[in-house]
Write a protein that binds this ligand. Structure first.
Ligand code: ADP
Length: 175
């Protein structure tokens, strides 16, 4: 079988019609700024209701974990919510925690038979993770792990700004 495709896209993840889009959420799952705010604003209240149910069942989300909801009014089918690490200089386990975000999100996507999944640059906004370092973790983790998840055929890295796009295109030549 052909290996799954890695694609770099510049734009707004709320407009992407992938089976699943990933949200860089916070542990409360109650929405916030950045991509989280945009997803809840455009997806409508249904997503937040489902997040509230999840928190009622299992409490808040630890860093590196992921949960899934439907996508409300968004063109995607699912939103996978994961909590990235806050950047504290890099010696506080940040790379491993960021890696877990990608691993757990992909595992959840696979479990829900998702064929295409779109990631934002988790932790690279308000949480301050350096963009190039985070992109390296993202691409390496996804590349390694995808071999084990044959149902996923495409992973999109959605870049909100030109700097991120340039970084991802260098890491994934030809995409
Ligand atoms: P975190 O708290 O994990 O750092 P942010 O939402 O602040 O999350 O930022 C994560 C990344 O998502 C940043 O690179 C930011 O530029 C990007 N981003 C913000 N809004 C959107 C959007 N609508 N679509 C795609 N990426 C976005």
């Amino acid at each position: 079988m052909e290996p799954a495709k890695l694609t770099v896209v510049k734009g707004d993840i709320t407009k992407i019609a992938a089976d699943a889009i990933v949200n860089a959420a916070n542990s409360s799952l109650m929405g916030g700024g950045g991509v989280d705010g945009a997803i809840h604003r455009k997806g409508g209240p249904k997503i937040l209701d489902e997040c509230r149910d999840i928190v009622a069942r299992q409490g808040g989300l630890a860093t590196g974990e992921a949960v899934i909801t439907t996508a409300g009014k968004l063109p995607a089918k699912y939103v996978i919510h994961t909590v990235g690490p806050v950047w504290r200089g890099g010696n506080d386990g940040e790379p491993g925690l960021l890696r877990n975000c990608y691993l757990n999100s992909l595992d959840l996507a696979n479990k829900y038979q998702v064929v295409s999944v779109a990631f934002p640059g988790i932790s690279t906004g308000i949480y301050g993770y350096p963009k190039a370092d985070a992109a390296k973790v993202a691409v390496e983790t996804v590349t390694e792990h995808l071999h084990k998840l044959t149902g996923i055929r495409e992973v999109l890295f959605v870049c909100f700004d030109e700097e991120s796009e340039r970084i991802y295109r260098e890491l994934i030549p030809g995409r």
